[in-house]
Write a protein that binds this ligand. Structure first.
Ligand code: ADP
Length: 398
C-alpha cells in the first residue's frame, strides 16, 4: 500500500510517497516559490534519480497537479497511475482544542481549519488549500489530517494555562498548545525500544532541535508539558525565533524603533534567535560553529545561550515529572551536532548523566549515547515526521 504525505507551507509544498509494506520512500519532493516568480518542483527517488520542473506554480492547486504528474512521469515517475495511491496524509499545523488525534478529513474538519486561520496565519490557509486540491485530484481515496498540536493535548491545565485573564482562554482559546507533536510522539515511542524503557513506567524528555526547536516531557507515553505555546514562538532559542522573552520587550523596542505590533512579531519570528543574537552571522548552526572556531565571540556566546536554554528546560521538565529516565535528541541539530549535545549534557551532572564520546560521534542512526553507568539514558533518535504521518494515516483508514 502506498500513502502520499503532503505538507503545505505558505509558499511551499513538501511531499513523500511511502510504501507502507517496508516503510520505504519511493519518491520525495519539494515545490518551492508557489505563487512567486521562479517556482520549481524538485523530486528525488533512489531508483529514478532527480527530476526538476521549472514552470510557474501560481497556486497550490497547480502545485498538487505538478506533484501528481511528476510521480507518474514516464522517465522519473514511480507510479503508473494515481490509482496506486491508497490514501493521503496531510500535515495540519493546528488542531486547537478540538482535535487531540488525527482524523479522516470531512466537512467539519475543513470548517474548523477555515475558522482557525488566526491560529496559524501562514500555515492554516495553505493546509486547507492543499487538502482541497488533493481531494479534487484524488476524490476516491481517504484523506487524513495529522495535527502538529495533537500529541500535546494530554497536558494538564497547570501546564497549558497562561497566567492572564481567564476570559482570553474562554473566549479565544488562548493557551499553550505546543507543536512538532508528530515528531515528539514518534521519537518518544522509539525511545522505549532504543533505550529499553518501560512504556508504561517511564519519564522521557524529547529535545527536537532544528531550525524550529522545542522540548517535551512525556510520562508513560503521554505528553505532560512542552515548550512551544499558542504559536511556535515560545520556548527555546531557535534559528530565527526568540523563544521566551519578557513580553514587555515588545512595547519597549516598538516605541524606540517606531515599529507596529505585527512588525515587532516579525522581528521576533524572523530576525531573532541565534541569527539575531549573533548579530546576523547565520541562522544555521553549522555557520555559527565555524565562526566560533575562527574565534568569533558572538557566535560562541550565542551557541552557549542556546545550550543553556535547552538545559534549563530539561531541568524544569525533570522537576515537573519528578525524575527522568531518558533524554532524546532529534531533528537537524539534535541528530547531527555532537558538540551541541555534549555542551547540553555538561549541565546534567546532577542527574548522573554521562555521555559516551565514542557513541556520541555516531551519525545517522538511532543510538544510545550515554555510558553504561549513566543514571539517565541519553539517546539520538532521528525523527521521521513524514513516516509518522503515513503511519497515522494508515491506522485511521484500516
Ligand atoms: P526544520 O525542519 O525546523 O527546518 P531541521 O530539523 O531540518 O529544521 O534542522 C535544520 C538545522 O539543523 C539547520 O539550520 C542546521 O543549523 C542544523 N544542522 C544540520 N546539520 C548540522 C550539523 N552537522 N551540525 C550542526 N548543525 C546542523
Amino acid at each position: 500500500m502506498k500513502i502520499l504525505v503532503i505538507n503545505c507551507g505558505s509558499s511551499s509544498l513538501k511531499y513523500q510517497l511511502i510504501d507502507m509494506e517496508n516503510d520505504s520512500v519511493l519518491a520525495k519532493g519539494l515545490c518551492e516559490r508557489i505563487g512567486i516568480d521562479g517556482s520549481k518542483l524538485t523530486q528525488k527517488s533512489d531508483e529514478k534519480g532527480e527530476y526538476v520542473i521549472d514552470q510557474p506554480m501560481p497556486n497550490h492547486d497547480v502545485a498538487v497537479s505538478r506533484v501528481l504528474s511528476a510521480l507518474q512521469d514516464a522517465t522519473y515517475g514511480v507510479i503508473k497511475s494515481t490509482d496506486e495511491i491508497s490514501a493521503v496524509g496531510h500535515r495540519v499545523l493546528h488542531g486547537g482544542q478540538k482535535y487531540s488525534a488525527s482524523v479522516v478529513v470531512d466537512d467539519e474538519l475543513k470548517k474548523f481549519v477555515k475558522d482557525s486561520f488566526d491560529l496559524g496565519p501562514l500555515h492554516m490557509p495553505a493546509n486547507l488549500i492543499g487538502i482541497e486540491a488533493c481531494q479534487a485530484a484524488m476524490p476516491n481515496v481517504p484523506h487524513v489530517a495529522v495535527f502538529d498540536t495533537a500529541f500535546h493535548q494530554t497536558m494538564p491545565p497547570k501546564a497549558y494555562l497562561y497566567a492572564i485573564p481567564r476570559e482570553y482562554y474562554e473566549k479565544y482559546g488562548v493557551r499553550r498548545y505546543g507543536f512538532h507533536g508528530t515528531s515528539h510522539s514518534f521519537v518518544s515511542k522509539r525511545a522505549y525500544e532504543v533505550g529499553n524503557l518501560d512504556p508504561d513506567n517511564s519519564k522521557v524528555i524529547v529535545c527536537h532541535l532544528g531550525n524550529g526547536a522545542s522540548v517535551s516531557a512525556v510520562v508513560n507515553g503521554k505528553c505532560v508539558d512542552t515548550s512551544m505555546g499558542l504559536t511556535p514562538l515560545e520556548g527555546l532559542i531557535m534559528g530565527t525565533r526568540s523563544g521566551d522573552i519578557d513580553p514587555a520587550v515588545v512595547e519597549f523596542v516598538a516605541n524606540k524603533e517606531g515599529l507596529t505590533l505585527s512588525e515587532m512579531l516579525n522581528v521576533l519570528n524572523k530576525k531573532s534567535g541565534v541569527y539575531g543574537m549573533s548579530g546576523g552571522i547565520s541562522s544555521d548552526f553549522r555557520d555559527l560553529e565555524a565562526a566560533m572556531n575562527e574565534g568569533n565571540q558572538l557566535a560562541k556566546d550565542t551557541l552557549e545561550a542556546f545550550a543553556y536554554r535547552v538545559a534549563k528546560y530539561i531541568g524544569a521538565y525533570t522537576a515537573a515529572m519528578n525524575g527522568v529516565d531518558g533524554i532524546c535528541f532529534t531533528a537537524g541539530l539534535g541528530e547531527n551536532d555532537k558538540n551541541m549535545r555534549k555542551l547540553i549534557v555538561s549541565y546534567l551532572g546532577y542527574l548522573g548523566a554521562e555521555i559516551d564520546d565514542e557513541a556520541n560521534a555516531i551519525r545517522g542512526k538511532e543510538v544510545v549515547i550515554s555510558t553504561p553507568s549513566s543514571k539517565v539514558k541519553l539517546m539520538v533518535i532521528p525523527t521521521n515526521e513524514e513516516l509518522a504521518i503515513a503511519q497515522e494515516t494508515l491506522a485511521l483508514i484500516k
